[in-house]
Design a protein around this ligand. Structure first.
Ligand SMILES: C[S@@+](CC[C@H](N)C(=O)[O-])C[C@H]1O[C@@H](n2cnc3c(N)ncnc32)[C@H](O)[C@@H]1O
Length: 199
């Protein structure tokens, strides 16, 4: 079986749109066969951004890691006035993300990248709903390698479910970093994590 993140060049295409609104902001996203959560915005991603809208920093430089069709980064661009770069391994996701930037009248750089392989810049925030189906090595790389691409006071935010082992991942992070669970919603945990600064 092909997973949504594997090479989806040869899949047939059936574009559709999914809608999202937050307060007075309205968004429309093109989705397609072969991309994550094509029929509706994922509940975990929604919990992640809506927690960020309440507790997160505005006007910062962000990496939307594993961007899919761009839901997370596009909402942060518009609602939090962030400057967002987007990466995903899937060509189709990257293509849709570019379409969705235009559709929602915002700008951002979108790159194909296997985890952080093609990431050159440093960010104030890396935000990710990691691809559990890609396997432990991949989804843990998104979390554990994030700090190589963050500024000194940069933050990692991610969402993961209890049945995917978020409690263990969180516990391990607390050994090295300042980590906090900011939200729990129907088994989805939103985790915030940053370097422990010595000064
Ligand atoms: C759980 S989805 C989240 C998508 C999007 N952020 C959202 O919230 O709708 C994870 C994304 O990671 C991407 N992905 C999977 N393996 C990857 C890898 N090795 N490198 C980069 N992206 C990957 C998938 O294509 C997918 O779009």
């Amino acid at each position: 079986m092909n997973h949504y993140f594997t090479d989806n060049d040869n899949l047939r295409s059936k574009l559709r749109t999914v809608l999202y609104s937050y307060q007075n902001h309205k968004f429309s996203f093109y989705t397609d066969i072969g991309v994550f959560s094509k029929a509706k915005i994922d509940e975990g991603s929604k919990t992640l951004v809506e927690t960020y809208f309440i507790h997160g920093r505005k006007n910062i430089k962000v990496l939307d890691a594993g961007c899919g069709y761009g839901f997370v980064g596009i909402t942060l661009t518009k609602i939090m006035n962030c400057d967002v770069d987007f990466i995903d391994i899937s060509k189709r996701a990257v293509h849709l993300c570019k379409m969705n930037l235009k559709e929602n009248k915002v700008t951002g750089n979108v790159l194909i990248s296997n985890v952080y392989e093609n990431v050159k810049d440093k960010y104030d925030l890396i935000i990710v709903n990691p691809p559990i189906k890609a396997g432990k090595q991949v989804y843990l790389s998104f979390i554990n390698e994030a700090f190589n691409h963050l500024n000194d006071d940069g933050e990692l935010w991610f969402v993961m479910r209890t049945n995917h082992g978020v409690k263990t991942v969180y516990k391990n992070l607390t050994k090295t970093y300042k980590a906090e669970i900011l939200e729990k919603n129907r088994g989805f945990y939103v985790v915030f994590c940053k370097n422990q600064l010595t000064h």
